[in-house]
Design a protein around this ligand. Structure first.
Ligand code: ATP
Ligand code: MG
Length: 415
């Protein structure tokens, strides 16, 4: 099973600029979570802090019993082996072909022979729809292709924690749907803990088990997807509908005068451009493909949600009950095409004891991680920078490199 990532009281600033403060959340083991938030609120900074590429001033990030904000470089190195990370720009090595980029973690961290590496690389290349392009350099392909190559590289070691920074950016809607489905299928297959940073409302509505949102330097919410989707908070409603009227402004938050002006425009029937969709109507979560194993996280998630149900707002409670009823009805209707829905419908969640039992069962039947990962390599995995691969201890070098890559928009890692 993927591991829990527990964040407590995390605060990050760059010089005098505070990015966010006192952020606490737990990414439940093996579940899929999404982090939303307006541009510039520090989502990418948060993701980099989770893997120790950026260092917070306060708070803890506990993974597998280790607080990575204060552990040794060697411990951090070990923890990083649990991660597969898709950076916002793909962060590929500009001087290597896609094939070599994707093979890189396997060559660095396993004893696999080249024919086995080829099998795995080509499997991932096909999975992300890049067959035929594996001989190209990152500079010779489109932004969306670079993104998919970055995802393939993040997946080659079957990681226990997968972080994806805007997996959909640069992708057309159909490829976005394929990538979203792929993440759900991977979750069913390897039970990895997944965090997706995204602006894509369709992804937020249909993929994650849990959703969080950063705004005004704080985590305004984190919980089961139904909680955020049914929220009455103006910032959440504005973000979901993509309307310019509301607390989120073009750069900073709006002042009172602007808000009053907007209220007048709205009263006069002027559109803020957003969709008029009712996001509180929960649409079904995407399920694994028919050939996939039961997504055990779905069983644990339902057990978790039922345990916390009384503490949630009434609207979220009702939405969760409706989601459960709808999933169970679909499980009964589609017994051959969806193992997860069938398993959910067959699991007893009727009492606290049965909930605990369901959770325990869903935890024990997991696929083991590959055993041939070398334990004592000397280089850092999957950081996205050439310097990173020669200076594993110096996380500031990695940070500089990854951040520089983001600014050039190419994902090139050439020094
Ligand atoms: N290495 C850095 N040094 C200084 N400031 C930084 C660094 N990295 C990020 N920032 C600042 O932190 C803030 C948050 O940046 P971040 O990239 O996390 O935003 P984001 O929420 O991911 O935005 P987007 O949705 O556009 O990707 C920005 O003001 C950015 O300029
Ligand atoms: Mg970002």
């Amino acid at each position: 099973m993927g591991v829990e990532v527990k964040v407590e009281g995390l605060t990050k600033s760059f010089g005098s600029q505070n990015i966010w403060r006192d952020v606490s959340l737990a990414l439940p083991a093996g579940e899929v979570s999404a982090l939303l938030g307006p541009s510039g609120t520090g989502k990418s900074v948060f993701l980099k802090t989770l893997i120790g590429l950026l260092h917070p001033e306060q708070g803890s990030v506990v993974i597998d019993g280790t607080d990575i904000t204060e552990c040794s470089a060697k411990e951090l190195y070990e923890i990083r082996k649990l991660f597969g990370v898709l950076f916002q720009d793909g962060a590929l090595f500009g001087s290597m072909t896609l094939y070599d980029n994707i093979a890189f973690p396997l060559r660095e961290h396993t004893k696999k022979k080249e024919d086995e590496i080829r099998r795995i690389v080509m499997e991932k290349v096909e999975l992300v729809g890049l067959a035929g392009a594996e001989g190209k350099l990152p500079g010779e392909i489109s932004g969306g292709m670079r993104k998919r190559a970055g995802l393939a590289r993040a997946l080659v070691l079957d990681p226990e924690i997968i972080l994806c920074d805007e997996p959909d950016s640069g992708l057309d809607p159909v490829r976005t749907a394929y990538i979203s489905q792929l993440l759900i299928d991977i979750n069913a297959e390897i039970d990895a803990t997944i965090l997706i940073v995204t602006h894509n409302i369709n992804i937020a509505r249909t993929i994650p088990d849990n959703i969080g949102m950063l705004f005004r330097k704080e985590l305004v919410m984190f919980g089961p997807r139904e909680q955020l989707l049914t929220s009455d908070q103006p910032v959440v409603k504005q973000f979901l509908s993509g309307d310019r009227f509301g607390p989120i402004g073009m750069s900073e938050e709006k002042d009172d005068a602007t808000a009053a002006e907007e209220a007048k425009m709205q009263a006069a029937g002027i559109s803020g451009g957003g969709t008029k969709d009712d996001f509180s109507e929960i649409i079904p979560q995407v399920q694994p493909n028919p050939n996939m194993p039961v997504r055990k996280a779905a069983i644990r998630h339902r057990a978790n949600v039922l345990s916390m149900l009384p503490s949630l707002p009434p609207g979220a409670q009702e939405a969760i009950r409706n989601s459960i009823a709808e999933e169970d009805a679909r499980g009964a209707e589609l017994p051959d095409s969806n193992a997860t829905l069938v398993a959910l419908a067959a699991t007893d969640f009727s009492s606290a004891d049965s909930i605990a039992q369901a959770q325990a069962q869903a935890t024990t039947q997991v696929i083991d991680r590959p055993t041939d990962v070398i334990d004592t390599p000397t280089e850092v995995m999957e950081t996205g920078g050439d310097e990173a691969h020669t200076e594993p201890i110096d996380t500031s070098a990695i940070e500089r490199n990854v951040n520089r890559d983001e600014s050039d928009g190419q994902g090139s890692n050439q020094a």
